[in-house]
Design a protein around this ligand. Structure first.
Ligand SMILES: Cc1cc2nc3c(=O)[nH]c(=O)nc-3n(C[C@H](O)[C@H](O)[C@H](O)COP(=O)(O)OP(=O)(O)OC[C@H]3O[C@@H](n4cnc5c(N)ncnc54)[C@H](O)[C@@H]3O)c2cc1C
Ligand code: SF4
Length: 522
């Protein structure tokens, strides 16, 4: 073997998961310094009834990225294999790689699958945060921040991140505008306001071929037709720029608003691209801060957006790694009902708000944050749906979902099944949805009624939820007022409310989906 051949066979294999699609990551080698292996895993593809748009997103983004790396001079193999580990092992055998280099996978099941597998060469895992990683913080930095804190508070974490990064901070160390959060200003409803159009991306030939492939495979949920999510960095940057130009200014005011038939409103619609690393957090934060400097967007919008990316996203990822594997089993309220069928089929419910949100998930693989939290999550919380069933649905049906981000959001935030950071559940009756949306006026149910056939289901379920968990919730000072309200219900009213809730919980349509899921083995 000559010297050149020797160098070739000893080059490491660099594994890039479908979530590592950024040439700036430390797991991408210098051109010529190693081979790149990417895998389309059959096990992963069949692990849950994935939304077809999510299958298209991941496959098209991976294939585009492989082409981009090849065009830049990299030696790239994109293989289809039984699992990620099998694909890597086969690549290692073909190339005689002496090492496998990868960023730590974000989902712990995936990491365990790689660590436990015989890849044919030693595995070197790099942190997925900090310099060379995707996240702003590395895992130890979050763990150090969390260490010794009884309860993890996002507002405290966010203030710490603002100080640490200097983003939106004055020279004297105080927050721009005098406070860290302008959330209280960001609760306008948008009734009568026309939201801007959402920029869609027309599929190119490669993406169209993936759409055809996914449709003909006949597997999955929803439809691949009408796919319009960015699948390359260039498309993602363009989508980001349109958000900054057209929607950022209204992002704060209407952050919590809901409008019938309007899936995207003033939201950025960047989570899918961000979670695949087509964009980095800095790619989003910098132009948003520039828009503020130019005077093109108000502080409540800019701070609100910064809080999502610098605060919530990093916080959720930190909580996930801190709380796994227990987070997966968390079930503070002992919720055990199966997922109602209307989570898969919007036509299976007459609740206008739920039907609209599920339609959007079905059509786009997307619903905005308030639909996820205060409609879909809130219903599951109030009705007592088993957390893992809810979590698997969110993971399957949303284009931006991976376990590291859906699980803390579902178990931690929406269902308060885990108390690491949520002691007061985000539970609300129909009155909240009525205040923030235009759904109720066209709904078959009456948002003012608390019990009976025509009562908005959120109402009896809300009071029944408080009554069922009275002991647990009454100890929370922030729940005292509402529990006092429950205490003033007369015996007759409470019985009627609870009977309506019991009927609703007993008569959910059953779920059409059948799937097996055994952790994330990739
Ligand atoms: C029950 C539930 C499930 C969720 N599941 C996911 C998920 O699977 N994947 C996901 O990326 N987000 C999830 N979220 C968080 C949030 O709803 C989405 O990030 C957001 O709706 C994505 O749309 P957008 O890009 O238009 O976001 P915008 O509203 O424009 O916000 C900008 C960005 O902030 C980040 N962000 C905001 N809130 C959160 C949060 N709570 N956690 C993490 N990142 C956040 C996202 O990256 C988002 O793209 C979930 C929230 C809830 C309540
Ligand atoms: S009445 Fe209740 S179910 Fe109907 S849209 Fe309003 S909140 Fe939703």
């Amino acid at each position: 073997m000559n010297e050149v051949e020797q160098t070739l066979v000893t080059r490491p294999a660099h594994f890039l998961g479908p979530w590592d699609l950024d040439a700036r990551l430390a797991s991408v080698p210098e051109v010529g310094a190693g081979t790149v292996v990417m895998v389309e895993s059959r096990a992963k593809g069949r692990a849950l009834p994935w939304h077809r748009k999510k299958l298209v997103l991941v496959l098209a983004a991976q294939r585009h990225f492989a082409e981009e790396l090849r065009a830049a001079g990299h030696e790239v193999e994109l293989v289809r294999a039984a699992s990620y580990a099998d694909g890597i092992r086969e690549h290692v055998a073909r190339h005689g790689s002496t090492r496998v280099v990868a960023l730590r996978p974000r989902d712990v099941g995936m990491e365990a699958a790689l660590v436990d597998a015989d890849l044919g060469a030693p595995l070197e895992l790099l942190d997925d945060g900090g310099p060379g990683g995707h996240f702003l913080l590395n895992r130890d930095e979050f763990a150090a921040w969390a260490h010794g804190r009884k309860q993890l508070r996002m507002d405290q974490f966010y203030a710490w991140m603002r100080k640490r990064t200097g983003l939106l901070m004055e020279g004297d160390g105080s927050p721009v505008g005098g406070k860290y959060s302008f959330d209280a200003d960001n609760r306008k409803h948008a009734k009568g306001v026309t939201p801007p159009a959402r920029p869609g991306v027309a599929p190119d030939a490669l993406t169209q071929a993936v759409i055809d492939e996914v449709e003909s495979a006949g597997f999955g949920y929803g439809s691949a037709e009408g796919f319009a999510w960015p699948v390359t960095r260039a498309q993602a940057l363009e989508a980001r720029d349109r958000f900054v130009e057209e929607r950022l200014a209204g992002f704060g005011d209407y952050q919590d608003a809901l409008i019938e038939g309007e899936p995207f409103l003033w939201h950025a619609c960047v989570s899918a691209a961000l979670n695949l690393s087509l964009l980095s957090p800095h790619d989003l934060l910098e132009p948003v801060l520039d828009a503020y400097e130019r005077g093109d967007a108000p502080l409540n919008a800019v701070e609100g957006f910064v809080r999502q990316v610098l605060g919530w996203r990093e916080f959720m990822r930190g909580v996930y790694h801190l709380r796994m594997p227990d987070l997966r089993e968390a079930n503070r309220f002992g919720a055990d009902l199966p997922l109602p069928g209307f989570y898969w089929d919007p036509e299976a419910t007459e609740m206008a708000c739920v039907r609209d949100a599920v339609r959007q998930v079905h059509d786009h693989g997307y619903a905005h944050h308030i639909q996820r939290l205060m409609v879909l999550g809130n219903y599951a919380l109030l009705a007592g749906i088993a957390p893992l069933e809810v979590s698997h649905w969110f993971w399957s049906a949303f284009v931006d979902a991976s376990e590291w981000v859906e699980l803390p959001n579902v178990h931690g935030m929406a269902l308060a099944a885990d108390t690491t950071f949520t002691t007061k559940p985000y539970a609300a009756s129909g009155a909240y949805i009525n205040k923030m949306s235009d759904h109720c006026k066209g709904c078959r149910y009456d948002v003012k009624q608390r019990h009976g056939e025509d009562a908005c289901p959120f109402n009896p379920l809300y009071w029944d939820f408080l009554a069922r968990h009275r002991e647990d919730l009454a100890s929370n000072p922030r729940m005292r007022m509402i529990m006092g309200h429950l205490d003033r219900f007369g015996e007759e009213q409470l019985t009627a409310v609870r009977a309506t809730a019991a009927r609703i919980r007993a008569t959910h349509p059953t779920s059409p989906a059948s799937y097996e899921f055994h952790d994330d083995q990739g």
